[in-house]
Design a protein around this ligand. Structure first.
Ligand code: ADP
Ligand code: ZN
Length: 348
């Protein structure tokens, strides 16, 4: 299924269910440079043999401007012009690097993405944000710029490690909490093994997330309003990622539990709904608590761009499927993080 999604800065072609080799047939006349990481290059050599390919090293520590510089040099060696398409095949890290390298090479050439992780398919590849880290600060340098197309070939998920499946489901559960009780029910009734063996159901869950993300980003590409909601679970998550180096999905999972606990106090979100959320996260092998140093976490969050004197704007839930933004005092946030750490010590 093909679809064009229109954003203020440009439109994106979506190929919701393709076989990559067939898609590439249609792009034969185009000068394409492939960008991927060494894991994908080793697992799927058939897509890169005999093609102009730039291979980067995987991992968050390589998501920086040095890698963008390396990519640019290799593109020059391949004699890339303004008409070249940079096609990123990989997880969120690869599509971020692809987006930023394409945005800056010769002041901007076309990019396209084939996400190969569940997290990339359901979230990271969509919406045009691309960025690299500056030291411990995540995604601090980047642009908002839409790719020419995004293509989904879910056969790539056959080789995805179990941990990465869980990380992807953290973002999928985020969309359910923010917008979609039906998705929440669907996820509650199933588990990772179900989705590994029922590709139609998996494709449909991914399409639902693509729909919600595109709808949100189309209304607010530059994150002045609605798009902020997509940060649900992400504020505390960034502190946890910075302090403890946890993978993004796991940190978001813990962050969503903290946000649910805060919602109980500030919006009247039901304690039973927090329990439903925790149960769902555990069902997808995600953590619901962590021994976080609440003081250190709050110190990090005080540097967050969402800060406002003694409060930070925080995404909370009214109900499952309905979100809201509130100014949250730092002392209340610190207590909620402490509760999460206490919960962890009780579970041990
Ligand atoms: P994310 O999409 O979670 O941001 P990354 O781009 O950091 O992920 O990728 C996570 C890890 O999974 C990397 O080591 C990457 O090489 C690997 N990976 C990505 N896609 C696949 C796949 N389809 N099969 C196996 N490993 C993959
Ligand atoms: Zn995220």
């Amino acid at each position: 299924m093909e679809q064009t999604v229109i954003f203020p800065s440009g439109s994106v072609q979506y190929f919701h269910s393709v076989q990559l080799e067939e898609l590439l047939e249609n792009y034969k006349g185009r000068d394409i440079i492939f960008l991927t990481d060494s894991n994908i290059a080793a697992l799927y050599p058939q897509f890169f043999a005999g093609k102009k390919t730039v291979v980067i090293l995987p991992g968050e520590t390589n998501k920086n401007l040095n890698t963008i510089d390396d990519v640019g040099r290799q593109m020059l060696q391949y004699e890339a012009t303004r008409n070249t398409l940079l096609l990123g095949i990989g997880g969120g890290m690869v599509t971020d690097i692809t987006g930023l390298a394409a945005a800056t090479y010769m002041r901007g050439i076309a990019a396209a993405f084939v996400p190969t992780t569940l997290l990339g398919m359901a979230d990271a590849a969509i919406g045009g944000k691309n960025g690299v880290n500056s030291g411990v600060y995540k995604n601090m340098i980047g642009t908002i710029r839409q790719p020419e197309f995004i293509a989904y070939d879910i056969r790539f998920l056959k080789t995805l490690p179990d941990d990465e499946w869980s990380n992807g489901f953290a973002e999928i559960i985020k969309y359910a909490c923010l917008f979609d009780t039906e998705l929440f029910e669907t996820l509650s009734a199933k588990n990772i093994n179900w989705f590994k063996t029922h590709s139609d159901d998996l494709q449909s869950v991914i399409n639902t997330c693509v729909y919600w993300k595109n709808k949100t980003v189309a209304e607010d590409e530059h994150e002045s309003g609605m798009r902020k909601l997509l940060n649900f679970g992400h504020t505390a998550a960034h502190a946890i990622e910075n302090l403890y180096g946890l993978p993004h999905g796991k940190a978001v999972s813990i962050g969503m539990v903290i946000a649910a606990t805060l919602s109980e106090q500030l919006t009247g979100f039901g304690a039973d709904d927090t329990l439903r959320l925790k149960k769902l996260l555990m069902q997808y092998n995600l953590p619901i608590s962590y021994p976080i140093d609440s003081k250190k976490a709050v110190d990090i969050l005080k540097m967050d761009k969402k800060r406002n004197n003694n409060t930070i704007s925080y995404i909370l839930l009214n109900n499952i499927g309905i979100a809201t933004i509130k100014a949250l005092p730092f002392d209340i946030l610190e207590k909620a993080i402490e509760t999460c750490a206490l919960q962890y010590s009780r579970e041990q």
